[in-house]
Write a protein that binds this ligand. Structure first.
Ligand code: PHE
Length: 365
């Protein structure tokens, strides 16, 4: 991993509280990390403008893990041993966060994942937290939407067998959709980074599904949508938060329009807190913040709030303060961390339109 441009690193022990970030800034998950970093940096600028924490300014050190678990593990080791950060934020993709948690837990440095939804992430230990909902809920949301709203009876699944997130969501969706009386016609697999999905899509087409559940990341989903349409598969595609990227519209073009995915937040929410965040983000970065930007901002603010409340900045004190987070007003929902260190929050369902995801509905836990 290399240093991200524009992230100043203070010298060690300079009276600066350093937060560490490991996330993807390059590769097939790049927009996840770029948005997350933007949200985190925005929260830090605001906190510093308001006087910092415990008389100290905050700064952030960001490593690019390229979306690879091994790189993510190395990056957190560096953040802990060389940079001596007080808290770690990241990653987005669950497979990367799982690798990070392995290193962070024994070191006793608290970690908050903004957006990793696989349940196993926070099960790695009592120093690992997240500010988002988990996949048993997200999978249920899309199963219910498919069954009750779209009236789908037969759904095919196309999963990424290299992603803990995708495997987990496939399991939940399959179980919930079947419990609701639906039928899974076939489950096909690909590996992250593949570019030809025609064999799996041809197998799916034979089963004549009403919809195709693709719990993957935008880079692959965009290509899958195009190849599905080329093969004459017209059924809508359904997915999860991993679709959330401005690149989805570019990669998927008209092929992805009319498909649906579950997500953490919609920038169209007219809550004044959300609208202020959207306006400030646009002014700083020139685009509409996606869910990662919102969750990065929220994760950083939860860390900052805990640093303020903690009696000192030792790993144990900060861990305990994060664990006590209650009714924290995030832009992607109010955050109370439960005894499993997860946030219980509502989800939204979005419909892919022309260059934009349109809000359809909110589902409460
Ligand atoms: N939930 C995904 C995972 O755990 C990551 C993600 C979150 C992607 C939000 C996009 C938006 O792998």
């Amino acid at each position: 991993g290399g240093d991200a441009p524009g992230t100043p690193t203070p010298p060690a022990n300079s009276g600066t509280l350093l937060l560490g970030v490991a996330t993807a800034l390059t590769g097939g998950q790049a927009t996840f990390g770029i948005s997350t970093r933007n949200g985190i940096e925005m929260a830090i600028r605001e906190a510093n403008a308001a006087g910092g924490v415990k008389g100290q300014k905050l700064a952030v050190k960001v490593y690019d893990d390229q979306g690879k678990p091994e790189e993510a593990a190395q990056a957190v080791t560096r953040l802990i041993t060389q940079d001596k950060v007080v808290v770690i934020l990241g990653d987005v993709a669950s497979s990367n966060s799982l690798a990070m948690a392995e290193k962070v837990q024994p070191a006793g440095v608290p970690m908050i994942s903004p957006a990793s939804t696989n349940p196993a992430v926070t099960e790695k230990g009592d120093y690992i937290f997240r500010v988002c909902f988990i996949d048993p809920f997200q999978g249920f949301v899309m199963a219910k939407f498919a069954r009750d709203t779209l009236k789908a009876a037969n759904v095919a699944v196309l999963q990424d067998n290299k992603s803990a997130y995708s495997i987990g969501l496939t399991e939940v969706f399959t179980r919930k959709f079947t419990e609701m009386g639906g039928k899974i016609t076939t489950t096909e697999s690909f590996s992250q980074g593949d570019t030809d999905y025609r064999a799996q899509l041809t197998a799916i087409k034979k089963t004549q599904p009403d919809a195709i559940y693709v719990p993957g990341y935008y880079s692959e989903v965009g290509i899958i949508a195009r190849q599905a349409r080329e093969l004459g598969l017209k059924a809508p595609m359904l997915g999860g938060d991993g679709w959330d990227s401005e690149k989805l519209f570019e990669l998927g073009g008209s092929a992805i329009q009319g498909s649906y995915f579950s997500n953490h937040y919609s920038p169209d929410n007219n809550d004044p807190r959300v609208q202020k965040f959207v306006a400030d983000y646009k002014a700083a970065y020139g685009g509409v913040p996606d869910a990662l930007a919102a969750l990065g901002y929220d994760a950083a603010n939860v860390a900052i709030d805990a640093l303020k409340r903690a009696p000192d900045t030792s790993g144990k004190a900060v861990r305990d303060a994060i664990a006590a987070t209650k009714d924290f007003p995030g832009v992607a929902g109010t955050i109370t961390l439960d005894e499993k260190r997860n946030a219980v929050k509502s989800a939204v369902v979005l419909k892919v339109g022309d260059g934009k995801a349109e809000f359809v509905t909110t589902v409460n836990p």
